[in-house]
Every structure is written in C-alpha cells, then in structure tokens.
Design a protein around this ligand. Structure first.
Ligand code: FRU
Length: 424
C-alpha cells in the first residue's frame, strides 16, 4: 500500500495528517473542551419521530439564514414505533433502544421551522416517498440560493451504494409557517472512486457521505467537503512514521490501526451551479487514528480555515482514544497544512460520565454548536439510560487562534439566524 505522498502525488496538494501523536493529546473531561452535562429530564421535539443530524438552512458562505423571519432546519428523521410488535420486548415494553439503533436504515430528510430559533415546528418530509433513488436519505446541507427562495439540498443517497446527490426545491413562507415545494428530481453528483476514496468493494464498512458545499472566501470558487475513507483494500493501509507522528518511547506499536482510515474529502465544482464536480485528494487523513471523520464543515474566521468534523470513541484505532464529539483543525489556506486545534483536535467532547449524551455537532460561524441527544444515563451506574432522538442544548465555543474554549450554554436546539432573507 502506498503512503499519502505516493498515493496522492505532488499536486494539487498533500493531505494533512491527524497523527497518532496528536490523538495521544486528546483528553476527555477537560472543561474547556467538554460539553456540559445534559440532564435526563430533557424535552423531546416530537413523540412521533426521532431526529438526529441537524442541518440548519444556510447560504453558500456558511451564514445561518432565516427566510421572512422563519428559521428553518433540516433533520435526519425516523418514525418512533412505540406500538409496533417488532419493537415490543418479552415483557411487553417498548424497546426504544433497539428502535433508535435501527434508525439509520430508515432515515428520511424532514424540515422544521420556528420564529424564535428554537421551539421547532414539524414541517414534514422534504421529498415525497419514491423521489430519492435509494432507501436511506443521509446527511447533507440545505443551501438557500437566492431571494426567490430556491434551495439546493445536497445529501447522501445510501443503500444501495452511497452517492452524493442534490435536489432543488423552494422554500415558501406564509404568516403561519413554512413549506418546501419542488424537491422532485434528484441529481447524482459523484461516488467514491477507489483511487483517492475507498469504495464499498474495497471495504464493506466504507464511509462516503455528508456533503457540505461552500464558497472559498479567498478564491471565490465552489467546493464541497465530504466524509470518506482513504482508498485501498481494507487492511492494506500502512501506518508508518508520518501517520504515527512524534511519539514517546513505548508508543511505536500501532496494533491493528491500519483498519482505521478516515479522511475529509474535498471536491471542486466545474460550473457555477454545482452540478459538475471533480474530486480532489483529501484535505485531511486519519489513517491509523480513526475510521470516521463525519459531517466535515468549515468556519471561516480571522482569515483562517477552521475545519470541524465529528467522530466517535468506537471508531478510534488501537492505542488511541477520545470522546464522541467534534474535532477541529486550522489552516491559513484551504489546502492546508492543517494543525489540530488544542494540540489534539478535540473541540467539544462528551463527559466521560455520559459518553453518549450528544453527537453530530455542527459548529456555526457564530460559535454556537448544535447537536442531538443520543442517550443520557438515568441512574448512577449508567446502566439505565434515556434515549434522546431530539435536539441537545446549544453550546457556545470561542475560537482563538489554535485554541477553542467552551464559554456558554443555551436552550435545547437553539439555532438563531445570522441573517434574514426577505423573499421576493
Ligand atoms: C452522523 C451520521 C452521518 C450520516 C448519518 C446516518 O450522525 O453517521 O455521517 O450521514 O448519521 O444516519
């Protein structure tokens, strides 16, 4: 197996590496990088549906945008089945944990609206049944394109395969609420190529998803981030000196870490509409460190590129670990080199006493971080838990150079607009 330099050549850029040495600096429970405890008494958005990944409506520059005073979020959503015999256990009780764990297989894109940036009202499904070409509608990004209310929803069409797609529709407002119209024709954009990005044939556990298009504030071109794994047959990757980094004596053993091959992918649009894309080598690789760098996104601040991505404890490689949460990297230019924030990369992790309390964090340009509640312990031992499937309290972080600090906490699902667009 080739290393990064051999694989990706000298042009146009070399992926930056999140090394095992960087990851050794990850420490759970540092209060400046830990999400405050979520109470088990949280309110739920809906008793009918679970929600998880939250995608606020925004413009191509990343600004969270309301329309005619209405805030809009899209969420991955699945029905709750409290009365379905399939989810009733042998004691006659609803097995919500199993229902929740099965949700990915029936994920659909829904939208919600609000006058206050919280207290979300359910709008409904974005696409009618049968519009999306595959079973699962996985994460992506809704982009408000103009004052006519046109919206491009970039998302991942999964099972069979995993294809980055987009569908165009329109947001319509009245005094009473918001509706989504159109969203009838899904356009496939691209799939993993097996040369830069791992395919299903190379690894049945491959990841290729979560498009996040943006306009580079410096060169003005349209790009897209996405989650991938580094191409190559599963098990063939090399964890060499570069991937290990500068470790102390006794930390050279990489175990089976060659199976963890996450990367943050990037593509560039060949056209202004974002219908024609060319994949480029990844911006960041985590070979030997972690197998998933999900939902990558940027905050552009102080002339720098702050790259955020979510990851899990269970996807870390042998010999390194860290909490579920959001990790970050910073560079002076789009193609890097990227340096892990806070030395380690950890920006906002779950406390070790509640390791699954939240996930799928999205850092917005105003420093607010939204996420969903996964499960919260209801007893001291942590054996009893309450499943969430709803919005977590919003947290604010301050980003300063190569460091970040948790500075405030707000209401559940608080996602205020950064600008309002009056529709014509
Ligand atoms: C993150 C995530 C995304 C994916 C979705 C699937 O929570 O794993 O990467 O698109 O959830 O449900």
């Amino acid at each position: 197996m080739k290393n990064n330099t051999e694989k990706f050549g000298k042009t146009p850029h070399q992926p930056s590496l999140w090394t095992r040495a960087d990851a050794l600096k990850v420490h759970a429970d540092d209060p400046t990088t830990t999400q405050p405890l979520v109470s088990a008494n949280f309110p739920v958005l809906s008793n009918e549906v679970f929600i998880w990944d939250t995608m606020p409506l925004r413009d191509m520059d990343g600004n969270i945008t309301s329309v005619d005073g209405w805030s809009v979020i899209f969420t991955l959503t699945a029905d709750r089945h409290p009365n379905d015999p399939q989810y009733i256990d042998e004691n006659g009780n609803y097995d919500i944990t199993r229902d929740w764990n099965d949700r990915h297989g029936r994920a659909k894109m829904y939208y919600w609206f609000s006058r206050t940036g919280k207290d979300w009202k359910l709008g409904g499904r974005v696409m009618a049944e049968g519009v999306s070409p595959t079973v699962r509608e996985w994460a992506g990004t809704p982009i408000l394109l103009n004052e006519q209310g046109e919206v491009d929803l970039y998302y991942t069409a999964v099972t069979p395969g995993a294809t980055i797609v987009k569908v165009r529709g329109r947001v319509v407002t009245t005094e009473h609420g918001v509706s989504m119209v159109g969203f009838e024709k899904v356009k496939p954009l691209f799939e993993a190529d097996g040369k830069m990005y791992q395919t299903e044939a190379q690894n049945p556990f491959w990841g290729f998803r979560d498009p996040w298009p943006f306009r580079d504030p410096n060169d003005g071109k349209l790009y897209m981030l996405f989650e991938g794994n580094v191409a190559g047959e599963r098990g063939s990757h090399k964890v060499g000196k570069a991937e290990i980094g500068d470790v102390p004596p006794g930390y050279e053993d990489v175990g089976n870490s060659r199976f963890q091959t996450a990367c943050v992918g990037i593509a560039v649009a060949r056209d202004e509409d974002g219908d024609d894309w060319e994949m480029l080598p990844p911006l960041l690789t985590a070979v030997g460190v972690n197998d998933q760098t999900e939902r990558p996104h940027f905050v552009f601040q102080d002339g720098k590129y702050y790259l955020f991505t979510i990851s899990h404890t269970f996807t870390y490689a042998d010999g390194v670990t860290g909490p579920d949460g959001v990790y970050g990297f910073v560079a002076d230019s789009l193609f890097g080199p990227y340096v892990p924030l806070n030395g380690s990369g950890l920006v906002l992790g779950n406390p070790s006493s509640q390791p699954f309390q939240t996930y799928s964090h999205c850092v917005m340009p105003n420093g607010l971080v939204t996420s969903f509640i996964d499960s919260v312990p209801t007893d001291e031992s942590g054996t009893q838990t309450r499943i969430g499937g709803t919005e977590a309290p919003t947290v604010e972080i301050k980003i300063k150079g190569q460091q970040t600090f948790v500075v405030a906490e707000y209401d559940y699902g608080y996602i205020p607009p950064m600008l309002d667009v009056t529709l014509k």
